[in-house]
Write a protein that binds this ligand. Structure first.
Ligand SMILES: *Cc1c(COP(=O)(O)O)cnc(C)c1O
Length: 498
């Protein structure tokens, strides 16, 4: 299986695509042809463990990795770091739906599903492609990705990870999660600025040849752990197969029966992985794209126009979905266009220059045949958490609640009775203050910090505070560096001198 760039550049192997991250023409790597799973192969997943299911799926998507290499990488990724044996359990939400819980890893959000495996795939890819330099991962984070990347790369030989976060832009718990990270190959630096400053600074560093030369002289090469990297996307395909296998194992569906997935969406990586599972033969019905007030994707899927000109940016209680430029959408458009790299390059340049593009009636029809999209307000999110807790006894985080509310609406509007799976992307305790506010009211949170909110939430619901959160206030702080938004390069070099 070869990988193509969405903007037309020639084919490379999966391991080369993972090592490079972005294609040389600025496009994203996608499979030139998708592997296919027969109904018998999918049925055979039902009795298997998560790492075994992952091996079956990944060995078809990553043919230049041996079964032994993948087996070892999967054991390392999904072994002890997850707090439940199922890794990604499928849990009933009353009788109306199932939640696919993707937050049982070390940082309590779904980014762990990919970032526990990516470092292992990256070091294997380096070896396969004759890359001997240390791989230096640079990340700008608005909260969740930074900690997941730090945990994933922690003490992985041949790698080093440096995270920039906006000094005022992350929650108390998120900041503590990052600055208490141990290991001998991690760096965490606060930027005096917002997330956009951190992100633009990282992009500048990536495009600076002088910086690359300095790193090279130190025996290091820059790479990315962003969801533009195919190595982050492909581990996410696995859990859609796994959810289907669980429904089969429990007798909730028979082989061939279709399942709808509702996904709380930001950068479009998670939902695209479901589409890739469908292209590889998984019986997926509708993909339901759930958004918050920053609903640029809802508008695209309903009107065919992607337009961010003059669009307000809202900071919401679902911060991981506060995004206006969804990078992975480019992969879907490439697929819908019949792999027309020239058209994609035109749209992306229109987005950069005129802040909008239009996909036309024919592609819109193809898009709507696969996808349904809607968005909900923050009031709806709080109401959904409260209602699901009251009626179904299921406690969900704010991002998951966006999907839960949109799935309800979808089923009411369409009468679709196929089984629905809510993709659950974070532990309720990762956003404990908002969840407490939803089920106990504003007054219950007054004067409490994030940790006190989590304790109050635990008392009220009889659910335990996860160990990773409870331990945070007593962990030693290991990273204190701060830099100005124009001094990020120097800060990296200083950190590397250590
Ligand atoms: C990253 C994230 C999302 C959005 O996922 P995308 O792949 O960017 O669409 C949703 N919820 C949580 C909790 C996240 O961390």
């Amino acid at each position: 299986m070869q990988m193509l760039s969405t903007r037309g550049a020639g084919a490379v192997s999966p391991s080369a695509a993972i090592l490079r991250g972005l294609a040389p023409d600025g496009g994203l790597y996608v499979p030139a042809r998708f592997p296919h799973f027969t109904p018998e192969e999918i049925s055979a997943l039902a009795p298997l463990s998560y790492p075994q299911r992952a091996l079956a799926v990944l060995s078809k998507f990553l043919p230049d990795f041996s079964r032994d290499e993948l087996t070892q990488a999967l054991q390392g990724a999904y072994g002890t770091g997850f707090d439940c044996k199922a890794v990604a359990p499928l849990v009933p939400v009353g009788t109306r739906a199932h939640a696919l819980e993707l937050w049982h890893g070390p940082t309590l959000a779904f980014k762990d599903m990919a970032l526990q495996l990516l470092p292992r795939l990256l070091t294997l890819s380096a070896r396969k492609n004759g890359e001997e330099r240390e791989i230096f991962i640079l990340v700008a984070t608005s909260g969740d990705t930074g900690k997941a990347a730090l945990e994933g790369f922690l003490d992985v030989p041949g790698t080093r990870c440096c995270v920039f976060y906006p000094r005022e832009g992350v929650s108390q718990a998120q900041r503590l999660q990052m600055i208490t990270t141990g290991g001998n190959n991690t760096h965490v630096i606060a930027v005096n600025g917002n997330f956009d400053d951190a992100q633009s600074g990282v992009k500048r560093i990536f495009s600076d040849p002088e910086f690359a030369a300095q790193l090279d002289a130190q025996g290091r090469v820059l790479s990315s752990a962003n969801s533009i990297n195919f190595g982050r996307l492909v581990p996410q395909v696995v859990y859609y197969f796994s959810a289907y296998a669980d429904l089969l194992a429990e007798g909730r569906i028979s082989m061939g029966g279709q399942v709808n997935f509702c996904v709380p969406t930001g950068n479009f990586g998670d939902i695209l992985a479901a589409d890739y599972a469908r292209k590889a033969g998984l019986p997926v019905g509708r993909l339901i794209c759930a958004s918050n007030e920053n609903h640029v994707l809802t508008d695209l899927i309903n009107t065919g126009v992607y337009d961010i000109e003059g669009r307000p940016f809202y900071k919401t209680i679902t911060p991981s979905m506060d995004i206006l430029i969804s990078s992975n959408l480019e992969r879907l458009l490439f697929d819908l266009s019949g792999c027309d790299g020239r058209r994609i390059a035109e749209w992306m340049s229109s987005l950069a220059n005129r802040r909008r593009y239009e996909i036309g009636a024919e592609m819109l029809r193809a898009l709507q045949a696969r996808y349904f999209a809607d968005y909900v307000s923050q009031e709806d999110v709080l109401g959904e958490i409260a209602r699901t807790w009251r009626e179904d006894g299921y406690l969900m985080d704010t991002h998951t609640a966006v999907a839960s509310a949109v799935l309800r609406r979808y089923e009411e509007q369409t009468g679709d009775t196929r089984p629905g799976v809510i993709v659950s992307t974070a532990s309720p305790y990762k956003f404990g203050a908002s969840v407490l506010r939803a089920i106990a009211g504003e007054a219950a949170c007054t004067g409490l910090d994030d940790f006190a909110c989590c304790r109050a939430l635990s008392e009220r619901t009889g659910t335990p505070v996860p160990g990773q959160i409870a331990a945070l206030p007593s962990l030693p702080v290991r990273h204190r560096a701060v830099c100005g938004r124009d001094a990020m390069e120097q800060a990296v070099l200083d950190a590397l001198k250590g």
